[in-house]
Design a protein around this ligand. Structure first.
Ligand code: ASP
Ligand code: MG
Length: 422
């Protein structure tokens, strides 16, 4: 008998009909002899509605009372799903975050889970209940309600899975699984039957909105299998597994595009130790979430230049900091380029293949797509391009790396071959 955590996102519980169909699905899984814990998000759009409601009476948009407010979204769906399951003839019990002792740090609106006490859930499962747990929320040791940050129900599901030593966590979505590229942009996109934790993690950080990166990391550390599948059909979806278990082995597994990126450049900066520390302390103090950083060697004029990227939500704050920082240096100047996308190719197979970056840049050049900045790790190459070329670039790279075809079955074990040079 398997213990399965099933996580249903906002769209899957977006209206009463969908809640009923989730109840049917959960019951079906339990009827096959599984012990099932369902973790639910708030109904689609509800968390945004609650944020707007809070803002009508408060200048703040976070803090202790905001978390009390936001946690209500998941309380509603948790109760509704438990009621619907009972209505269909199975015993169900709902628990909020504090009732299953999801203990978190006290950083409201972005709390981190410190511990989960699985006892109450286990007891309810032993007693034959289907357990429904509210995602996205926990409580501090002192008993204040907290939330885990947007999309945080994914983290609840995996944290519970780890605490309960679940056999797997299944994420039910309005998409069939993880694709080689966004099917809305690339009609040839192929569903990936398996991806490695590392690939999924990179894809999540690089802008694939399918799973929260923190939940992937938590699952990877604990070797907990994840499944991403549709709540609208019974297709098997995508399994996230250790790299050694990949059956297919291509240099590139998928292409991800992160929209709304901004590049900020500071020039005429003195080339002295400590300058970078000063710049990025100021950037951090302005609460700007930066991504790529490039520093150039000194130019003939003696200065150096530093560029970084951030999301367009931070554009105004970034301009302010850039202006202030460069005003302090004679000859200092700054510039901002908005309307960029970060295009990334990801694949654990890159470790064994060389020439991946050259194929990427050659293909982009052939289509006349300029590259503004590049960033790599051992399993990804990211580059910043103009938004207007993003869709063309995704389709081009999809073709160049032959992602619509299933790659050859893996011959050697991943990670055992020579290190590649990109
Ligand atoms: N309801 C929360 C949000 O919209 C958490 C989640 O859906 O995972 O961000
Ligand atoms: Mg979500």
């Amino acid at each position: 008998m398997a213990l399965i955590i099933q996580k249903y996102g906002g769209t899957s519980v977006g209206n009463i009909d969908r809640v009923r169909s989730v109840a049917r699905r959960v019951i079906q899984s339990a009827a096959r002899g599984n012990r099932v814990v369902a973790v639910v998000s708030a109904m689609a759009g509800e968390t945004n509605r609650l944020i707007d409601l809070g803002k009508t009476v408060s200048k703040n948009s976070e803090g202790r009372e905001f978390d009390v407010l936001l946690a209500t979204g998941e309380q509603v769906t948790t109760a509704l799903l438990a009621l619907a399951i009972e209505d269909q003839g199975r015993k169900a019990v709902s628990f909020l975050g504090h009732q299953v002792q999801i203990t978190t740090t006290g950083s409201f609106s972005r709390a981190r889970i410190e511990s989960v006490n699985a006892e109450r859930t286990r007891k309810a499962l032993d007693d034959g209940y289907i357990v429904v747990v509210a995602g996205f929320q926990g409580a501090t040791r002192e008993g204040s309600i907290t939330t885990l940050g947007r999309g945080g129900s994914d983290i609840t599901a995996v944290a519970l899975g780890v605490a309960l030593k679940a056999d797997r966590v299944e994420f039910y979505k309005d998409v069939d699984g993880i694709f080689t590229a966004d099917p809305a942009v690339c009609p040839d996109a192929r569903l990936l039957p398996r991806v490695a934790y590392e690939e999924m993690l990179e894809m999540s950080y690089l802008g694939a909105k399918v799973l929260h990166p923190r939940c992937v990391e938590l699952a990877r550390r604990n070797g907990l299998p994840l499944v991403v599948r549709s709540s609208l059909n019974f297709n098997p979806g995508t399994v996230v597994v250790p790299e050694e278990d990949l059956m297919e082995y291509a240099a590139v597994a998928g292409i991800v595009c992160d929209k709304n990126q901004v590049k900020v450049s500071l020039t005429g900066i003195p080339d002295k130790p400590g300058i970078l520390a000063g710049i990025f302390t100021a950037v951090a103090e302005a609460d700007i979430n930066i991504d790529m950083i490039v520093e150039d060697v000194s130019s003939a004029s003696g200065g150096t230049s530093v560029s970084f990227t951030c999301g367009s939500a931070d554009l105004a704050a970034a301009e302010k900091v850039a202006k202030k920082l460069t005003a302090a240096f004679p000859g200092g100047a700054w510039g901002v380029k908005a309307g960029l996308n970060k295009l990334s190719i990801v694949g654990a197979g890159m470790r064994l293949h060389s020439g991946v970056a050259s194929r990427m840049f050659t293909a982009l050049a052939r289509e006349g797509v300029g590259v503004y900045m590049v960033n790599t790790s051992d399993i990804k190459v990211s580059c910043l391009i103009e938004a207007k070329y993003a869709e063309l670039a995704v389709r081009t790279l999809h073709e160049v790396f032959e992602l619509s075809k299933a790659p050859a079955k893996k011959a050697a074990k991943a990670g055992k071959g020579p290190r590649r040079s990109i």
